[in-house]
Structure formats: C-alpha cells, structure tokens
Design a protein around this ligand. Sequence first.
Ligand code: ADP
Ligand code: MG
Length: 459
Amino acid sequence: MQVLWKTTLESLREHISEETFQSLIRPIELASLEGKTALFRVPNTFHGEWVTANLGDVISDALCAAAEDLGREIPRPLEIAFEVDDSLMDRFEIEETPAEPAKPARASVAPSATPSAAPRLNAKYSFDNFIVGPSNQLAHAASVGVAKAPGSRMNPLVICGETGLGKTHLTNAIGRAIYEANPKARIIYLSAEEFTNEFLLALRNQRADEFHQRFRRECDVLLMDDIQFLAERERTQEVFFHTFNTLYQEGKQIVITSDVYPQHIPGMQERLVSRFEAGMVADVQPPELDTRVAILQKKAEEEGIDLDPAVADFLARVVKNNVRELEGILIRLAVKAELLGRRIDMELARDATRSLIVEANNTATTVEDIQKAVCAYFGIRLSDLKGKRRHRAVSFPRMVAMYLARQRLGTSFPELGDRFGGKDHTTVMNAVRKIDRLVEESDEQVVASIEAIERRLGF
Ligand code: ADP
Ligand code: MG
C-alpha cells in the first residue's frame, strides 16, 4: 500500500503545483484499496469532501496508472471514500511553521482566519480588495465613513444582507483601517456566537467581571459579526444590551452585521432593535453582473490565476447570488486546470458549472417567465394564452408553454391548470403529452419553436 501510494504521489506531484500538492494531497493517506473502492484517511471531513469532489478523478486516475505500473490490475472507475483521522492535522502545522515542529495541533481555530498582530482581524479583507458596485455602494460608503471617523455620526453601523455578500469583509476592512490609522485603538472583532460562548465560559469560571471589563471598558471599537445568532437568546441579549449602552454612551464605535434586518430576527428584544435602527442601517444586495465580473478578476489577480475575460463573463452569469460561491468556483477551476496542466477554458468552466446551471434555472425561472417568453415568441397576448379560445394560433402556444413549464420546472398538472386561467389538470396533461409526442417525432415547427423559446429563457 505504501509503495503504491508513494508512486501515485510522485506522479501526482508532476502534474500539480507544489502548493496544491502540499496543501491538499500531502495531508491525506491511502488506507486501503479493496474491490472498487480506495479508502483514504483525511484530516477532517471538509478536506475529505473537497478533495473527493474536486480531485477525486485525478487521484483515481493516478492511482490506477501507478497500480498498473506496479503490475497490479485495478477496476476502473475507482470509487474514492475517506475516513477522518485527526492526527493528520499535524501535517498542516509542520508545513506552515517549519521552524517550530512541536506545536500542538490547532483544533478550534479556523484555518482561513489569519489573525493580524493586535486585533483578531482577517488580513485578507481590506477596502482595497473590495469591489464596489450599486449593490453594495451604500454599505461600502458607510463603512469607509465609520473607518475614517469612528464613533461620530454613524453609530451603530448595521450591515445587513444575505450570506456571502461581503458583510464580514467590510467589517474586517473597517477594523483594519482604524487599526492602521491608530494602532493604539482597542478593537474587538468577533461573531455574536463567540460573544455568547465567551460569556458562558466567563460565567462558568466566575469571571463575568473580567468579561464585562473587557467589552465595556477596554474596547474602543466593537465589531460584532452575525448578530442574528442572538435570536431567542434572551440572556446574551441582555448582556449585549448593557455592553452596547456603555460603549455607545462613551462614543465608542459599534458595527454589527446580520443576515436579516434586525427587526426580523426572531425573539430580538425591541429595545435592541430600536438601538440598531437609531444608527445607520445599510444593506448589501447580490452584485450586478459587472460587479461580479470585476470581483472575479480581482480574485484571479490576487491568486495569480490567468483568467480569460470570456470565462469570467460566463462564470459571473452562472453564479449570481453569492460571492463566496463565485470565488469558490474560480479556485476549484484553477486547481483543476493546474492538475490537468491546461488553461481554464470554456469547456472546463462549463463542466464545473453544469450542476449549478440546472439549479440556477430551476430557481430563477418561473411559470410566468415561460408564459411571457412564449407570448413574445408567437406574438400573442398573455390573456389569450391563459384564455379559453381554441384557435390554433393560441392553442398551440398554450400547449408549448404548458409543456415547457412541466419539463423545465416540474410544475404539477393541477398547478399549471391554475396558472393557465383555471383549466382542468387533464387538459394540461393532454397538452403536455401532445407536445411531448411531437418532440419525439422531431416535428420541425415544434422543435424549432421550443429551441428558440428556451434560448430566450437562457436555458
Ligand atoms: P458575508 O459575511 O456577507 O456572508 P463575506 O464577507 O464572508 O460574506 O464574503 C464572502 C466572500 O466574498 C469573501 O471572500 C469576500 O472577500 C468576498 N466578497 C464579497 N463581496 C465582495 C466584493 N464586493 N468585492 C470583493 N470580494 C467580495
Ligand atoms: Mg459573514
């Protein structure tokens, strides 16, 4: 087994960068190879899932090839499975800090959060690498304002928006800018969850006083991420309320983020909500296409990835609602391209986004979108499409629209009946079947119109 894995590693190493090899491949080990399954030991579940999803094929190919070189037949395709082995965490440690080999394994610290010297901020996030567009302009301007003059006009600053849209990034950027302008500023950055845990720990150790001292007396800027975690947590809300008041009265800046508007956080005390609303509430929305393209380009530049504008445009069109996902897909593509020794081209990009495209279409397109596209294509009115007239000029488009909605969105027959002006579900079923048959017979008119309408809908 050892020899087989060693040979595989050698061949993998030839095809991938040293960095990828060290960070992704080196920490794993081949445990066994039985039947069609190669079982690996991995440092944690996340690593295992990531490697299986992104490098599974490459590893399996290299393993088969290495086995054949060693005169052993392995059935293809090989399946990759993994089990978690904590002791492998050490390998990250040794790699990252070669000078101090005997450090204990980091268990609870997220590997991505690189704490900076004084405040525990993520060094990756600054205003410099935040792309501004209409979707986040207000939140960005408010953040810059707060960073320039903490504790003055916009207090507290509340940044709201769905996950993956840059709240944590902006919050860290504020902290960093304040720290750079004034290294003596006592800045605390933490999530509401950490705040809660630290408070509970302090209580258990009878150190509540120390806790209050730290947050109320030894803090000039409090940056609290993901305040929605305080939902229904009355006791922590109580503590936070007093912390908030003390800081606020002393003109200390408070920044909080939330994935919903504070008034929509379940079980959030009214008095806290009204404190938040008295400050500056700015939201972040999903970025527009141009902003998404710019974010991708920035990220590619930072990571030294050679990104073709056409590919950037394609990726930005597919991933719309979450910047984290957008970045994730770029990194995955880069790793894959490197492993395969080729450029990130459209083919690779399409491959990597195939499942996303199906998902995006299912969620983005509605029955109404289909109805409108059909009407536009055939030049008829929506009221006629939903009406009862049986003239072929309207009945044919109607059937096509029902068919598309059923095929593409999986809408039920009774629901489609409702959406088409209250028709019986059997009428819908017959219409869908009829078009289905015509498609199967490759009826030219039907196939051509369906293709054209699907293009309009971006399928
Ligand atoms: P949130 O806290 O809102 O869930 P994050 O701040 O963690 O989102 O952002 C997710 C990822 O997307 C981060 O890597 C962040 O750097 C990146 N990101 C989000 N918005 C932007 C932007 N406008 N410009 C550059 N990077 C962004
Ligand atoms: Mg966040």
